[in-house]
Design a protein around this ligand. Sequence first.
Ligand code: NOJ
Length: 450
Amino acid sequence: MNKVENSFLNKNQFGEDFLWGVSTAAFQIEGAHDADGKGSSIWDVFTSQKGKIKNDHHAITACDFYNSYQTDIDLIRELNIPNFRFSISWPRIMPTGVHPVNQAGIDYYNKIIDSLLASGIEPWITLYHWDLPHSLEVKGGWTNRESVTWFSDYAAVCAHYFGDRVKNWMVINEPSVFTGAGYFLGIHAPGKKGISNYLKAMHHVTLATAKGAKVLRNAIPDANIGTTFSCTHIEPATQNAKDIEAAKRVDTLLNRTFIEPILGLGYPQKDLPVLKKLNNYILEDDLNNLDFHFDFIGLQCYTREVVKSSLLIPYIGAELVSADKRNVISTEMGWEVYPPALYHVLKKFNEYKGIKKIIITENGAAFADTVTNGKIFDIKRTHYIQDHLEQILKAKEEGLNVEGYFVWSLTDNFEWAEGYNARFGLIHVDFNTQKRTIKNSGLWFRDFLS
Ligand code: NOJ
């Protein structure tokens, strides 16, 4: 047994129907970047450019999940994890982003789905986890309004080929992160910058979320359809009016901008005036096509941010006070370890009337793990997970809506601009040999779920 002695957590406290799972994404694990007819994605191109990723890491092989998926599915079963979230690589099944489909790509995902089901593991598909086909980026990517049609055609292909066996779907992963980092700051693929790229991408991604969900609903009437949002508990650095106002703007940007239109509330332009520029891209009738009644909303929360007013920062007039400046414990990502953030976020999102069900579709921590005598005592990660589960319990005891928890991530993997430096896995990967070693956190989770 690998129980961590000081944890009193028991799975039964969360109720019989509570969903337990683990989350991954295609580009971060699959590798096989050009195998069997796969097209390039914006991330294949971005990672091939010098200086974009820490240590110039790339994901040509990543965790080699393309070839070793059976090993990893066996490990999911060994860890007693009943739900597995993974994403479809759009250019693997549609190499140029549009028809025709690549049958080898379809066959690959069919093998994964069938293997999961044969192992008694429920598949959860994310349609879009950031790896847009490069051929579409050449046409402007998400800044091109056509992207809504490209995406809904792709959603229809996924529903057609996988919808007979897969019932749990997530449309788009963390829109605020990939549009902000990829189309405003240029630090993620495709490396675009500027406010107009960002706002166009924001509006088209929001339209595509609703449209993609409708496509799934029509094609798979009994599907459980969600979409995922990153969210962060925001606090002002001081109780000065300026910092409080700045914190409100950051909260609007990070937590409200993408979900509110989906819930039929429109863009929060009043609380973040720069969003008024969106009106340049909103066409007649768009406002009637932004919402969808999702079966669940996936929330992904890792930390809190402390905000102070800063007139030097354009559009938002605010800056984050980083964890190292605050002298708090943080992870390898530089994110403060602050479990109550999860409780606060749950409380906040529970205030939206239109949310049927909330699932935590990602939570986890990056720490530098070292293998000692074939074992990994990642006590910090184990405590991180336990402490966050306690916050969920607190929320549940207060009657808040939260019905599942998925750990990010199954294995260490390619952490975008951070490369392989940030290890989030319950399972360690030696990227030279591809050897997997279950960490103590994974063993704890296994025993907790048994
Ligand atoms: C959010 C993203 O969905 C995932 O791809 C990423 O690896 C984790 N959070 C950790 O940063």
